[in-house]
Design a protein around this ligand. Sequence first.
Ligand code: ACO
Length: 404
Amino acid sequence: MLCGNFALLEGYFRKNMQSSLDIQYTQPSYKHGLEEVNGEESFLKPSTDDINGKQPPYKPGLEGIAVTESSISYIDGHKGILEYRGIKIDELAKKENSNFVETVYLLIWGKLPIKEELNYFRTQILNAREINDKIQGMMRCFPDNGHPMHALQTSVGALSLFHPLHPLNEEAEVEIREAVVQLLAKIPTMVAGFHRLREGNNPIKPKNDLDYAANFLYMLTGGKPDNLEAQIMDICLMLHAEHTINASTFSALVTASTLTDPYTVITSAVGTLGGRRHGGANEEVLKMLENIDSVDNVRPYVEKCISRSQRIMGFGHRVYKVKDPRAKILQGLAEELFYLKGQDPYYKIAIELEKVVEEKLGEKGIYANVDFYSGLVYRKLGIPTDLFTPVFFHSNNTQLKKST
Ligand code: ACO
């Protein structure tokens, strides 16, 4: 469960990178500051005086500045295409075609594994799922009302205490691959464990006969998911596994460039993903749907947001100027779940919201992004709203690949 962060490993081993960039809301280091604009925070622009009259190198959001290239994934934001190692996400995410662990292998090592390679990788992850008693003891001290992203960030950071590494360099491939396994294996255990503890329950140990996604749902709820639930969870993880140089990957790249350890790298990525303009938007979408409450309230809600220049959560993307291909797949998964397991009253509101936003903002290139439908899927799988972003992060650890 490490989303987008496979990027990180690639940074450490930086070789042969090419193609796309989607840095979001980063700022140059020579000028800091925030101002309030219409209730939103915006970055202050430096004046020309700040740089002694020279042409300012300031580019808001680093727009148009490529900091690196990715050979792991490719995005065409105008055609709505996302590819992992040259394979379209729509193909990979078909139930019969792949699964999350295989996709991670593809992202990290650049090729689909043969059966033996996949089995070996799966076994490595399986054997590393349990977390150290001391880390669990530390998690017991976390406040019950703390946000799970903060719990995750702290717990991931603690891994560097238990898996000390020599200072990293470009040759540290073995250590970094070990860290990939540890992070992939332990993050679901940490997310589920924190949730159990805050509810006053003991964490549930991983179950060896369950695959990655099914095991997470089991550790979270205590019930074995059926095949459909496990498959849908697995596809959700695949969809969130990689996204070129997004904001959290960019954070991770910066941290990795200091040659610190991989756990610290991922800790910084968790922090960045949590923001409401990034991965944290999935949680905000559900709150927004609850707040809108009925289909009739959708149009007035959108009009109010536009008149106040407020962002509508789950819409817009720095790179996609059409509907995010992952949103299309997630919507399909939501419909499948609702058909077989019962409707969600918020789905009708979501459909209407998408229609009205498209009508009002489509010409600006603002369409549903990955966070718009993912929450509805997670909700139906029994995942609490404040765990949506940690679940997003589960799969996003490809950042480690990029920054290595
Ligand atoms: N609702 C309403 N208007 C929007 C939205 C939105 N969700 N997103 C962008 N706009 C408007 C802006 O107000 C701006 O309008 P203006 O030109 O009249 O000033 C214009 O579109 C361009 O805005 P930018 O901030 O330059 O767009 P950018 O591409 O940098 O923003 C971002 C991308 C931050 C994701 C933005 O669309 C947003 O805040 N969306 C809502 C939060 C969200 O869903 N985030 C998840 C993104 S996916 C991910 O990170 C995993």
